[in-house]
Design a protein around this ligand. Structure first.
Ligand code: COA
Length: 404
C-alpha cells in the first residue's frame, strides 16, 4: 500500500543539497545551513516564500552554546521571514527526526512544502569536549570521565557479540573472527568513499590495514580500532518535502514508507547483541512500503562503528541473528552484491556530522534513485532504504524511498 492509499497523498523529495563533509575550518554552522538550504530550495523549483515550515536536525555541535539554530536557515532569504522553524534532537538520529517531523507536517496538511535540514559543526571543539558532548546522548555516561567516548559503548556491544557469536564467524579468510569481519566492513566503506565527492575521507586503506592494529591504526577501545570508528566531522544536508512536484524541480523521488522506534534506556533492560527497536523501525518502514528486504536495491545504514553495521545486517533481516558476518563474507553488501550497503562510504568514510547524517543519507539515496549519484551510481537503483540511529540502538529511523 502506498502513502497515497494510506494517507491520501504522496510525499515527494523535490530538491536537495549537500555540503562537503570534513573538517571545514572556513565554514560556520550558519554558513553550512544557508548553503544546503539554498541548494535544496533552488533544486525543488520553489521560491523561499513557498516554504511553509522548517525542521532542523542538530544535536549539540560539541556542546557549543548555540541557541535558536532552527532559525539560521532564515538568513538565506527575507522571504523566509515568519516561517515556523523547529530544531529536533534525537542524538545521532536528529537528522532523521527532522525528516520524519517534516513528513508528518505534510501528511497532516499543515504544510505543503517543508524544508528539512541536518547540520553539525563538531571540529571546532577539542577531542575531549566532543567526546563528552557525544556522551551526552547517554545520560548514564554524561559527566563521567571516559577516555574512549562513544567508542567505548560500542566496544562493549562488540565484546558481548564476540562472546556470544564469535565461534560462528570463522570462515576461510576470516580465521581471526570478529576483528577480521569488522576490518572488512571498514575496508568496504573506505573503498566506497573514494567515489563520493562529499566524503570526508578519500582513503582506500585496504583489508590488511583495516584488520591490523598498528601505529597508524591503533586500538581506540578494544576490539575497535581507529578504522572501526566514524570520524569527527562538520557538514550539512537538506531536502524539500512536498505533496506534489513543481514544474521546476530538477529531480523527484517518492517516500514509500517510514518507521521510527525508540528503545529502553538504560541499556541493561536490553540484549546488547540485538538492536530490537532498530529491527522494529525496519519492520514498520518496510511494512508501510509493502516490500521485503529483497525488494530493496541498496541501503544506506548507520555505521557509526563497524559493529553497528554488522548488527544492522541482522536487524534489517538480511541474515538471522548471529550470522551477519555472512553478508560481508559472501559479498552481498559490496557495490556489486545483491544488496549494496553504504555505497556512499557510510558514516565511516563520508563522515558523521551527527545532526546532518540522517538528512545526508536521504539525499544520497535520492541521488541514487534519480541517476545523479555520479561515481557512486548503482545500475537499476529503483528502491532503497536509509537507516539512522541515535545512541546504541535507542532512537531508530528507517525510510524507504523509490524512483518515480
Ligand atoms: N577512521 C580512519 N582514520 C581516521 C579516523 C577514523 N575515524 N579519524 C582520524 N583518522 C586519521 C586522520 O586522518 C589522521 O591521519 P594522518 O595521520 O594520516 O593524517 C590520523 O587518523 C590521526 O587523526 P586524529 O584526528 O588525530 O585521530 P584521533 O585519534 O584524534 O581520532 C577517533 C580518531 C577514532 C578517536 C575519532 O575519530 C573519534 O572519536 N571517532 C568517533 C566519533 C564518535 O564517537 N561519533 C559518534 C558516534 S555514535
Amino acid at each position: 500500500m502506498s502513502l497515497q492509499d494510506q494517507f491520501g497523498k504522496d510525499i515527494l523529495l523535490t530538491g536537495w543539497g549537500h555540503s562537503k563533509f570534513g573538517k571545514l575550518t572556513d565554514e560556520t554552522l550558519e554558513s553550512l545551513i544557508v548553503q544546503v538550504a539554498g541548494e535544496a530550495i533552488s533544486n525543488s523549483g520553489l521560491d523561499p516564500k513557498d516554504v511553509d515550515e522548517i525542521y532542523l536536525g542538530q544535536f549539540n555541535s560539541g556542546m557549543q552554546p548555540l541557541g535558536f539554530t532552527s532559525s539560521l536557515a532564515l538568513q538565506l532569504s527575507t522571504e523566509l521571514a515568519n516561517v515556523p522553524a523547529t530544531r529536533t534532537e534525537n542524538a545521532c538520529a536528529s537528522g532523521s527526526a527532522a525528516f520524519q517531523q517534516g513528513v508528518k507536517a505534510v501528511l497532516a496538511g499543515t504544510a505543503r512544502n517543508v524544508l528539512v535540514i541536518g547540520a553539525e559543526k563538531m571540529t571546532d571543539a577539542g577531542a575531549d569536549v566532543v567526546g563528552a558532548a557525544l556522551l551526552g546522548a547517554s545520560y548514564e555516561m554524561a559527566g563521567k570521565a571516559s577516555s574512549t567516548g562513544f567508542t567505548g559503548l560500542f566496544a562493549e556491544v562488540a565484546k558481548h557479540y564476540e562472546k556470544r557469536y564469535g565461534s560462528s564467524i570463522a570462515r576461510p579468510g576470516f580465521e581471526a573472527g570478529l576483528g577480521d569481519v569488522l576490518g572488512s566492513i571498514a575496508a568496504k566503506n573506505h573503498r566506497n568513499g573514494m567515489d563520493n565527492p562529499y566524503a570526508q575521507m578519500h582513503r582506500d586503506f585496504g583489508e590488511e590495514f583495516c584488520r591490523t592494529i598498528s601505529d597508524k591504526n591503533p586500538m581506540v577501545a578494544e576490539p575497535l580500532r581507529r578504522t572501526d570508528c566514524s570520524p569527527v566531522s562538520d557538514g550539512a544536508a537538506a531536502v524539500v518535502l512536498s505533496t506534489q512536484a513543481t514544474g521546476g524541480a530538477t529531480a523527484t523521488v517518492r517516500l514509500a514508507g517510514f518507521g521510527h522506534a525508540n528503545d529502553f534506556f538504560p541499556a541493561e533492560k536490553r540484549d546488547p547483541t540485538e538492536f530490537a527497536a532498530t529491527r522494529a523501525s525496519w519492520e514498520r518502514a518496510l511494512g508501510m512500503a509493502g516490500v521485503g528486504i529483497d525488494g530493496l536495491d541498496f541501503a544506506e545504514v548507520h555505521d557509526c562503528f563497524t559493529i553497528a553495521e554488522l548488527i544492522m545486517y541482522e536487524a534489517m533481516g538480511l541474515t538471522p541473528r548471529g550470522e551477519g558476518s555472512r553478508a560481508i563474507q559472501e559479498g552481498w553488501v559490496y557495490k556489486d552484491g545483491k544488496l549494496p550497503i553504504n555505497v556512499s562510504g557510510g558514516l565511516k568514510a563520508k563522515g558523521h556530522p551527527v545532526g546532518a547524517t540522517g538528512v545526508s543519507q536521504h539525499v544520497i539515496a535520492a541521488m541514487q534513485l534519480t541517476g545523479t549519484a555520479g561515481d557512486m551510481q548503482l545500475p537499476n537503483a529503483r528502491r532503497g532504504a536509509v537507516q539512522n540511529m541515535g545512541g546504541v540502538g535507542i532512537a531508530n529511523y528507517v525510510s524507504v524511498l523509490e524512483a518515480l
